[in-house]
Design a protein around this ligand. Structure first.
Ligand code: ZN
Length: 247
């Protein structure tokens, strides 16, 4: 009732405005966490974005769908990027992610055993689709987070390096969340139906990370090889990077 009384009229005007020519700017993947309100923290509105949400902001790698790609995430990519010709895909992870906290525990083989996975769809989902994130995390943990990780961007040739919180500002699970967020960029690029657009610079992939404790948003800067806070101090150089690389 509150919606009817306050928001509805403005929304109907917005629907009418974009009715014949909606031009959404991004397909936005994020977690289902109730604290994440993507339209609020990205300040987006009617017609701006396609939003896909699941536990842990995952985009399963195409290797899991060899015959028919019957999964929500690739279907959403096709609807957004092919049918609607959206040119930007954003994956947004966040701090204190319950799915990622569970993934951290799933490094224990007993906790991740077949029997336990059978009892828990969430364990099963994370084990099936976050294995590479775990491997990269272990690799970095062995080096105490000092070296950069290597990820693939839009094409196999467009690789990028990423330092994951070498200053140890975030807790260990949050670092895993940042790795997992970047891993999804690589997974997105695994889909054949996006290949041409990715190669021809018609489609770009970005990573954001939302810190639930401070409300700050980080953009992954390939130039600076790390997540950089989007604030007054860093905005200009981040904006320049986005314009130069992705326009
Ligand atoms: Zn989450």
């Amino acid at each position: 009732m509150q919606y009817r009384a306050t928001v509805r009229d403005t929304m109907v005007q917005q629907f009418l405005k974009v009715k014949d020519n909606p031009t959404p700017k991004a397909v936005f993947f994020t977690c289902i966490d109730s604290r994440m309100i993507p339209t609020r923290f990205t300040q987006t509105n009617v017609g701006d974005m396609f939003i896909v949400r699941n536990a842990g902001n995952m985009v399963p790698h195409s290797q899991f769908f060899p015959d028919e790609q019957h999964s929500n995430e690739p279907a959403a990519l096709e609807l957004g990027c092919v049918v609607n010709d959206i040119r930007h895909i954003i994956v947004c992870g966040h701090s204190d992610c319950k799915a990622i906290n569970l993934l951290y525990k799933l490094r224990d083989p007993e906790f991740a055993s077949k029997d336990n996975r059978r009892l828990s769809p969430l364990r099963s989902w994370m084990c099936a689709h976050a294995q590479t994130s775990i491997e990269k995390f272990e690799d970095l943990l062995a080096d105490d987070f000092n070296k950069p990780l290597l990820f693939q961007g839009e094409t196999p040739l467009r690789k990028f390096a990423a330092y994951i919180d070498p200053e140890k500002k975030f807790n260990i699970e949050d670092r895993l969340s940042q790795i997992n967020t970047l891993q999804q960029l690589q997974n997105i690029a695994s889909y054949g139906f996006l290949k041409k657009k990715l190669e021809n610079h018609q489609l770009h992939i970005h990573a954001l990370w939302f810190d639930i404790y401070t409300g700050e948003i980080y953009y992954f800067s390939r130039r600076h090889k790390r997540f950089v806070i989007i604030d007054e101090e860093h905005f200009d150089k981040l904006f320049k990077e986005v314009i130069v690389y992705y326009s």
